[in-house]
Design a protein around this ligand. Structure first.
Ligand code: SAT
Ligand code: MN
Length: 585
């Protein structure tokens, strides 16, 4: 074992006092052993192995079903370095406060030592983490979400360069639940939760919060983005696109998109990642990206053969289902599944459930954990150590009225402004009210591990280092008409918008310059085989002056709230330019 890991493990064991320490190697034999153990303690349930080979079911505590942003902290020595969008605690205070909770929290339990690698082996992008946890469910999930065990230790060698993640379920009491990040110490302490986003420390805690901090210092970017490949089979040209959307806004669906029948002969979409992108500029000034993860932690409700046929196939085996309905015939079900609702089942709270029940059977944030390599449309280069070249970046959110279906920013700086001023309705992925509009810059509001103003400055600086920066677009699949009905069909039909973006990026499509950016003419969106009213695309691409005046006022308010003296002047300039252009409509 790596000496630095060993010293830290022993130190931690003195605090948390586990009965046993188990070092995880990632082998198949180990998986079998751990699975048996977790079945014996009922932490997981084996599903009908004929219909669901190597699939398991898990239920979290009822008070513990989503990320807890109000209990998530960035602990930097200087408060301003955490910035206006993060909760802050001083490192000494946070270590003291959480030590009291960790003290003896693993008594009677096993502490698992999980070395894991974020990113493919042999890649300059990749980084090692070690998670200490008292949850066997975490180990089994980390085995799917990361490259776990020996492979990570081999990369680490005798180096001390790894992210130290400590997790204990403790007593799952919300009053003693904290997710603390110490970017200056490469350390994460998470206590009192057993839910994915709070406890699979390789995911949001490391790959976004700690990694964004590392990326700023080391000259790269960690982003809340899917990565997809889009191939035009007619010309043979292939582009890679990275896209940022807030949690539970359809990133997994877009990443695995199946083109509509009318365009299936022409286009093919492949998946590199569905949630996180690490991006670096190569020697030729080209932005390249990897997916640091090894699996998908996707939202189950609404996943079906229409919304995401590739996900349906991905989760057919080797999958862990969390907080969905456990059916009486030992399968799983959720609202919006392909299958008819089971006559009888157990809901996510563990109560008997039937279709007549008033409450939903599956938690709206119930999840599947599945291997990326089981995805039928996984990109052949998804594990390429040098990453894939990114030619376009998309920002998108849930906006009922403001944003058109798609527009292109004028240039990188304007694109950074478009990302910085993203807003979206909140979803069930985080605890709290759903459907409330909030600013969510680059979909990183809950995940940026440092001052968001410095983050914007980093984006601006990165653009200057690229020879041909990717074109930046904004999309909105969620626009509503006067009656609150969605105007765009979404899902596979989103290919029509991706196709315009790709054509535009390749210099093959025209656009009209408007006050907010370059917009396609309605005729430029290929609607072959799509039955929507003739003027709908035109409506989807319209810009309403008064709505945008309100938007500008709200951006002004947001900038006022976050500007601690570090908000880049370039973004304030972009706001004034936008306001002047809107004025002239
Ligand atoms: O809960 S996770 O953070 O893992 C997923 C998400 O909210 O995006
Ligand atoms: Mn996410």
């Amino acid at each position: 074992m790596n000496k630095h890991v060993e010293v830290w493990v022993n130190e931690t064991a003195k605090l948390t006092k586990p009965d046993r320490i188990v070092y995880i190697d990632g082998s198949d034999a180990e998986k079998e052993r751990l699975t048996k153990e977790a079945l014996a303690t009922k932490e997981i349930t084996e599903l009908d192995q004929k219909r669901y080979p190597d699939c398991y079911y898990h239920r979290t505590a009822i008070n513990d079903v989503a990320r807890v942003e109000h209990l998530t902290f960035i602990c930097t020595m200087n408060k301003q370095d955490a910035g206006p969008t993060n909760n802050w605690m001083s490192p000494p205070d946070a270590y003291a406060k959480l030590s009291a909770i960790f003290d003896g929290s693993m008594k009677g339990r096993t502490m698992y030592v999980i070395p894991y690698l974020m990113g493919p082996a042999n890649s300059a992008f990749s980084k090692v983490g070690v998670e200490l946890t008292d949850s066997i469910y975490v180990v089994l999930n980390m085995r799917i979400m990361t490259r776990m065990g020996k492979i990570a230790l081999d990369v680490l060698g005798d180096s001390a360069a790894f992210v130290k993640g400590l997790h204990s379920k403790a007593d799952l009491n919300e009053d003693r639940r904290f997710i603390c990040h110490f970017p200056e110490d490469n350390t994460i302490w998470s206590v009192g939760s057993g839910y994915g986003g709070n406890v699979l420390l390789g995911k949001k805690c490391f790959s976004l919060r700690i990694a964004s901090f590392l990326g700023r210092n080391e000259g790269w970017m960690a982003e809340h983005m899917l990565i997809l490949g889009l191939k035009d089979k007619k010309t043979g040209e292939k582009q890679y696109i990275a896209a940022a959307f807030p949690s539970a806004c359809g990133k997994t669906n877009l990443a695995m998109l199946v083109p509509p029948a009318a365009l299936a002969d022409r286009y093919e979409v492949t998946t590199v990642g569905d949630d996180i992108a690490w991006m670096r500029i190569d020697d030729n000034g080209q932005l390249r990206a990897i997916n640091p993860e090894y699996g998908f932690f996707g939202v189950a409700p609404g996943t079906n053969s229409k919304s995401n046929p590739n996900a349906v196939k991905t989760i057919k085996k080797e999958t862990i289902f969390t907080n969905v309905v456990h059916t009486a015939d030992n399968g799983v079900w959720w609202e919006g599944s392909d299958d008819a609702a089971p006559a009888n089942g157990t809901d996510w709270k563990g109560n008997p459930w039937t279709p007549a029940s008033k409450e939903k059977g599956a938690n709206p944030n119930s999840r599947f954990t599945a291997l990326a390599k089981n995805c039928p449309c996984i990109d052949p280069d998804w594990e390429s150590p040098k990453g894939v070249p990114i030619s376009a970046i998309i920002f998108g959110g849930r906006r009922a009225k403001t944003a058109p279906l798609v527009y292109e920013s004028f240039n990188w700086q304007h694109g950074v402004f478009v990302g910085a001023t993203m807003a979206s309705e909140t979803t069930a992925a985080a605890a709290g009210q759903v459907g409330v509009m909030r600013n969510d810059p680059m979909a990183m509001k809950p995940f940026c591990g440092y001052n968001v103003n410095d983050y914007f400055a980093h984006w601006l600086a990165m653009g200057k280092k690229m020879k041909n920066p990717p074109k930046i677009f904004n999309v909105n699949w969620f626009r509503q008409d006067e009656n609150g009905a969605f105007m765009w069909p979404g899902y596979g039909e989103n290919l029509r918008v991706l196709a315009w973006i790709a054509a535009r990026t390749a210099g093959k499509a025209t656009a009209s310059e408007t006050a907010i950016g370059n917009l396609p003419d309605a005729s430029a969106i290929d609607t072959t085989g799509l039955s929507i009213p003739a003027d709908m695309v035109k409506k989807l691409l319209s810009i309403d002056k008064s709505v945008w005046e309100t938007e500008i006022a709200s951006i002004r308010k947001f900038f006022g709230e976050i500007d601690d003296g570090r908000l880049p002047k370039e973004l304030k300039d972009e706001l004034e330019k936008l306001a002047a252009r809107i004025q002239k409509i």
